[in-house]
Design a binder for this molecule. Structure first.
Ligand SMILES: NC(=O)C1=CN([C@@H]2O[C@H](COP(=O)(O)OP(=O)(O)OC[C@H]3O[C@@H](n4cnc5c(N)ncnc54)[C@H](OP(=O)(O)O)[C@@H]3O)[C@@H](O)[C@H]2O)C=CC1
Ligand SMILES: CC(=O)C(=O)O
Ligand SMILES: [Mg+2]
Length: 772
């Protein structure tokens, strides 16, 4: 067998597992254990209370322990990947790997359990006895035919889902890939010839699922280590395999390959020779899924059959048909409705959800994970990528619904839509806090103009914005460039139909825009000649003019170039809101501990007390749009008068001004950041603080402090930034930073749309007042 893993990758993998500490996961407590009382609650004597509650009502285990989110990944090490019977200890890196994938992709906790037991009766007894610990059992890498019996017997003994991943996880992805490939090839599943190498756990489960999707048993041909599975064969046969025995004289894989439409390899590396492919049917589907060495390497298959659609189980080639696309999400859906099993209906729902997702436009996260290259649905993208954040959003609700519809959900969900929304927490960390803004934006989408309309991130963001109906986008860019890039990134939106385009090289409004620019900025040193050039060449100027003239409701710019120069254009052209002395930037960081707004992270280097008061009051009204009640801390290096430095005094003065101008605000200061974030610490330094609980708006004394705190939190807390939200322009305008992602642009768009709605409401109210 060819060794298709480079030495480099092998060394890298050993290093990865060895350093900085052995293995790749640990267990983390989810509750504080910081003092005597915590100890008494978490452990003796307090812990007796939840124990007694569960003894009285076992269903309480789901509410008082982590059981409902805990899955066992269990193996006996007899069929570890395609490495064979390497034993339970050597299988541990794979099982720990599955645990990591469960956690990262769907938030499920896993204990990996490697059992030194090959006897089926004893293995079943050991696993069945684990039922009190787990919400579900994922059997892994247990060889056929024993695995079939182990699973069947456990399913009948246990009241929680038991799922043999190599069988059903693999079958579900294969089902989705076959569905999509046959559609591309214009073939019907009822008509196709399917040839399988391998007759083990994965192979037989895949075939059973394909039969349930419509494949004809007589069109299925199976070959394993003994050759073709045929009537009358006695060697290495079992009742599961003999279902696929054919009446035939063919004895080798080569004999059964002619006219095959689908090759399914779930056996061992290198068994499919390029010459076997010559006589396959046109546009064949070749799934070489053995891990880590496929039955044939994709480049060999492609050279032999350029018309083939090719899949492997590996992440280093397109079309990764791997059960990682399934197990995290099918368990998520099953656990969340308290399913007692994973039945055929739930599996069919997963197949449909995965096949459907592949046909959607590729997401930006996928493109980033693959170095900017994400293929639209087609030969190279028959199934979604494992990094597609939408997997959980599509599969888990589909599985949960199927469980409820088929009557196996012990705790059915009342609101499936809310459940689907809640899953966003595993992917778009901005999802929850942004939700009110998205709902509001969708109700009345405004025209948002994007200065960098040719940028990949803008285009990907606009695809989402169009699909979700958040805004009416206007892009500034050259039509041929925008068109070519839409195609390259596999997006489905169209110029004119889904968004408007302003071509800076040829726009009929050019003269009007120049005139507006001179009128707005003539006094600020913009000569008519300079205006003519800038209106042709500077997309921020064009965007700002569009907003000023009412051709757009909000501007988003700044993916490249200098922040300050963008600010200047906004100030010169759009101007400041009445009463505003200076703009400021409010940045949101969403951490695993909560969401915090920081100001001023990007604009004023050293604001005075007046300016701090201005920005604090403005920030509070912005934060209310998120559905949050502002809780504001004015930060300093000292607490409540403990120091008399200039900056501490400045924050104290700002507090007095805010209290005078907006007495309703829950604001206090000056205080250190720990006092702002912990009520316990704050009480120690000032028991009478007006601020209660944890602050959600942190106003910093200067730009250095704000920006450093923002970047620190962003990186150290692995948090998701949103913004900067520019506060103070007369009409909504935002300057992004070069590190922004498409998701960040979508978020800021929703914010800009809601601001534009508010501006419109204010204008309507002012008009109504005048009319009265
Ligand atoms: N991409 C994916 O998501 C997945 C891939 N797989 C891969 O599929 C393969 C099989 O896994 P699994 O079904 O769990 O294991 P099993 O041990 O249950 O099955 C292996 C099967 O392959 C057959 N086989 C072994 N060597 C050869 C060979 N040289 N030529 C023909 N057939 C052979 C075995 O035949 P016999 O029993 O007669 O020895 C057996 O039928 C592994 O490589 C695994 O990594 C599995 C699950 C998921
Ligand atoms: C992917 C997997 O589960 C296997 O190869 O066994
Ligand atoms: Mg496996």
């Amino acid at each position: 067998m060819a060794d298709n893993i480079s030495q480099d990758l092998k060394q890298g993998a050993l290093f990865y597992h060895r350093y900085p500490r052995p293995g790749k996961l640990e267990i983390q407590p989810t509750k504080p254990l910081g003092n005597q009382r915590d100890l008494a609650l978490a452990y003796s004597p307090g812990v007796a209370a939840p124990c007694e509650a569960i003894a009285a009502d076992p269903a309480e285990a789901a509410n008082l322990t982590s059981r409902q989110n805990l899955v066992a990944v269990i193996t006996n090490g007899t069929a570890v990947l395609g490495l064979g019977d390497i034993g339970p200890l050597a299988s541990k890196p794979v099982m720990e790997g599955k645990a990591v994938l469960f956690k990262k992709f769907s938030g499920i906790d896993v204990f990996d359990i490697e059992i030194a037991e090959k006897n089926v009766d004893r293995l079943v007894d050991v696993i069945a006895a684990l039922e009190p610990t787990f919400g579900g059992i994922n059997l892994e890498d247990i060889k056929a035919p024993e695995c079939f019996e182990v699973e069947e017997r456990l399913k009948s003994r246990m009241d929680i889902p038991v799922f043999h991943d190599d069988q059903h996880g693999t079958a579900i992805i294969v089902g989705a890939a076959v569905t999509n490939a046959l559609e591309l090839a214009g073939k019907r599943i009822e008509d196709v010839k399917i040839v399988t190498s391998g007759a083990g756990a994965a192979a037989l489960a895949c075939l059973n699922l394909l039969v349930s999707l419509g494949a004809k048993r007589e069109n299925i041909w199976v070959s394993d280590i003994e050759g073709v599975v045929h009537d009358g064969r006695n060697e290495l046969m079992d009742r599961w395999k003999s279902v696929y025995a054919q009446k035939t004289d063919a004895r080798t894989l080569a004999d059964i390959m002619p006219d095959a439409d689908v090759f399914l390899g779930v056996s061992a590396g290198g068994v499919l020779k390029p010459e076997f492919l010559a006589k396959m049917a046109p546009n064949p589907l070749i799934m070489a899924l053995a891990n880590p060495y496929p039955e044939i390497m994709p480049e060999e298959a492609e050279a032999a059959r350029p018309d083939a659609m090719i899949c492997t189980g590996r992440s280093d080639f397109p079309n990764q048909v791997n059960n990682v696309l399934c197990f995290p999400y099918i368990f998520r859906g099953a656990l969340d409705v308290g399913a007692t099993t994973i039945n055929e209906e739930m599996k069919a729902a997963a197949v449909k959800a995965i096949a459907g997702l592949a046909r959607e436009a590729p997401s930006e996260v996928v493109a980033r994970a693959y170095g900017g290259e994400a293929h639209p649905f087609g030969k190279k993208s028959l199934i979604p990528s494992p990094f597609d954040p939408r997997l959980i959003l599509r599969i888990a609700p589909a599985v949960a619904k199927a469980a409820m519809d088929s009557g196996v959900a012990k705790t059915p969900l009342e609101d499936l839509e809310a459940y689907a929304d809640s899953l966003g927490r595993f992917v778009f960390r901005s999802g929850f806090i942004m939700k009110p803004l998205f709902s509001k934006a969708k109700a009345n989408p405004k025209r948002v103009i994007y200065a960098e309309g040719e940028d990949e991130r803008v285009l990907r963001a606009v695809q989402v914005i169009v699909e979700e109906g958040i805004a009416q986008p206007i892009l500034i860019g050259r039509p041929n460039v925008v068109e070519a890039r839409i195609k390259r990134y596999g997006l489905s939106m169209e110029i004119g139909r889904h968004f408007a385009l302003v071509n800076p090289e040829d726009d009929p409004r050019y003269r009007d825009y120049v005139a507006t620019y001179v009128e707005a900025a003539g006094r600020k040193g913009i000569t008519p000649d300079a205006a003519k050039t800038l209106v042709r060449t500077n997309s921020t100027v064009i965007g700002a003019l569009a907003v000023r003239r009412g051709d757009a409701d909000a501007l988003i710019c700044g993916l490249e170039g200098r922040f300050e120069s963008r600010l200047k254009h906004i100030k010169d052209i759009i101007g400041l809101s009445p009463g505003v002395r200076e703009m400021a930037a409010l940045s949101l960081v969403i951490t695993s501990k909560g969401a915090y707004f920081l100001a001023d992270t990007h604009v004023q280097p050293d604001p005075n007390a007046e300016e701090i008061a201005d920005m604090t009051i403005a920030c509070a009204s912005h934060v209310r749009r998120f559905g949050l009640e502002p809780k504001i801390a004015l930060l300093s290096h000292a607490d409540f008068g403990a120091a008399n430095t200039r900056s501490a005094r400045k924050m104290r003065d700002a507090l007095a001004l805010i209290q005078e101008r907006a007495p309703e605000l829950e604001v206090d200061g000056e205080m250190q950041a720990d006092a702002a974030l912990s009520e316990m610490i704050r009480e120690r330094v000032n028991p009478n603080s007006r601020l209660k609980g944890e602050a959600n708006i942190l106003i910093m004394p200067n730009l250095d402090a704000a920006n450093i705190a923002f970047q620190f939190t962003r990186i150290l807390a692995d948090s998701l930034p949103v913004g900067p939200i520019l506060i103070g322009p007369a009409k909504p305008a935002h300057v992004l930073t070069p590190s922004v992602t498409a998701r960040g642009i979508v978020n800021l768009t929703a914010i800009a749309v809601v601001e534009a709605q508010a501006a419109e409401e204010d204008a309507d109210a002012a008009l109504a007042e005048r009319v009265v």
